[in-house]
Design a protein around this ligand. Sequence first.
Ligand code: FE2
Length: 425
Amino acid sequence: MIDLLLRNANLSDGRHGIDIAIDDGRIIDVAFGIEAVANETLELDNWLVSPPFVDPHFHLDSTLAAGRPRVNHSGTLLEGIEIWGDLAPTLTADDIKNRARELCHWSIARGCLAIRSHIDVTNDSLLAVDALLDLREEMAPWIDLQFVAFPQNGFYRYANSPQNLVRALDKGVDVVGGIPHFERTMADGAASVKALCEIAAERGLLVDLHCDETDDPNSRHIETLAQETQRLGMHGRVTGSHLTSMHSMNNYYVSKLLPLMKEAEVAAVANPLINIVIQGRHDTYPKRRGMTRVKEMVQMEIPVALGHDCVMDPWYGLGSHDMLEVAHMAVHVGQMTGVDEMNTIFDGITKTAAETLHLENYGIEPGCNADLLVLQARDPVEAIRLRATRLFVLRRGSVIAQSKPEQSTLTFGDKEQTVDFLARQ
Ligand code: FE2
């Protein structure tokens, strides 16, 4: 007798009508017509079953604080950093925890069960680090939180950053972060990349830098990041987040840069919702979109994951932590409307994001954790198109969230008609 049997699932790799057997929190079989006696059976009628969404780039310390102490009128990255600089010293541990916990609840309801969150370490008290490490433990049965020590005000630009960053790592923060384009000079930015990679190499940690989040085509810290990755032998352990300057670089330079990133096995994280509202703010018309070159990197087989980055914070006043909204925006901004391209974008919020975080036992095969979503869609393209309802969210084989299927009822005189927006063959 096994714990749970899912019948007739569609999988994102194109297989239809598959059964998934689950026991003791793990997937034990994935096949057609599994013959097993289960405590519970869920008939899925060919709904799409996916491993959970993974957000590879978020900020839990600032989330749900939009408008405090004031709104971001210019909508720029720099005004957001200024507002955050005023708000951060006034926060309490409870405030940070309560907002982050609420966000985790939204995330779980939306089927995202792993978040890599940057934590600002330029507040000398490291209050946010302590609060979020506590929250990680509290939420561990339901969601995986991975933390990045992020010197928001610069590694060299703020004098205490180097020691604060190391203190945060000593406390249990997992990943080394940075923000080279915010240092005072290009040279300081490059030096920060080198120093941060060395700290990570020494400690055997992953690296994820906010890198070149600017429209300046001469912001080329990703080149240094890839080169340092090679020099220190950190292949596959380094991520460049944002990389928006690449949008504005000349094509010849990019033709040299992408092979270097590929050689170094550096992953990219684009944050389409944020990039499309933050970048190009200094432009009149034409206005640049600012998102990095997702299509070109995918063609080069550079891993590209997609992050939400912000929900209702000083940089972005919208969102409900829905990774399908992220994917939907990526498809549009990146003009990736081919079916294969949309499937790749779906991977960017699932498989590729999980690989970027080095998550273990992730996926739909025997031995993986039974962490699964049942979506009200038949395939990944439909899931993106509809930002499909997450009918069930499973963690270690138990349903931890469920939502009613989306359906509207129309009334035409004395007749009623229901609509669910699904494609009919
Ligand atoms: Fe960010």
